[in-house]
Write a protein that binds this ligand. Sequence first.
Ligand SMILES: [Zn+2]
Ligand SMILES: [Zn+2]
Length: 132
Amino acid sequence: MAVEHPRPFPPDDPDCELCEAARFTHWYDETDHGWIADCEVCSVPMAVWWHHGTDPAEEVREALLSSLGAAADARFGPGNWEFDTTMRQVPSHFHAHARDRHWWNLRFSRPISLHTGVGGERRTAAGVGDSS
Ligand SMILES: [Zn+2]
Ligand SMILES: [Zn+2]
């Protein structure tokens, strides 16, 4: 059972939306390295480093991608998604997406997920356990 705890230190950059780490959508996980939550724009899982910057240590990057992969496997099923480490929205802060094949077509129609704590069942405005 994941425990909700405050971010380990104040935001590096108070003007950065990823530093802000707003708890708005579903959070799959929170680790020493960062957090895994649905991207508000793409509605797919996204891993975000706690720190502002583009270059986490290799082991931190791998740990974040591993946590993201676990969330994506649970959401889409193994083999049904791929990593996208291109940082378009916030190029100055390391984050990565796990995109399923349909994310582009569904990005506006998928109901936004709700923040209900860290881990647990993913809920959307449309209902509980929505698998899309
Ligand atoms: Zn996104
Ligand atoms: Zn940042």
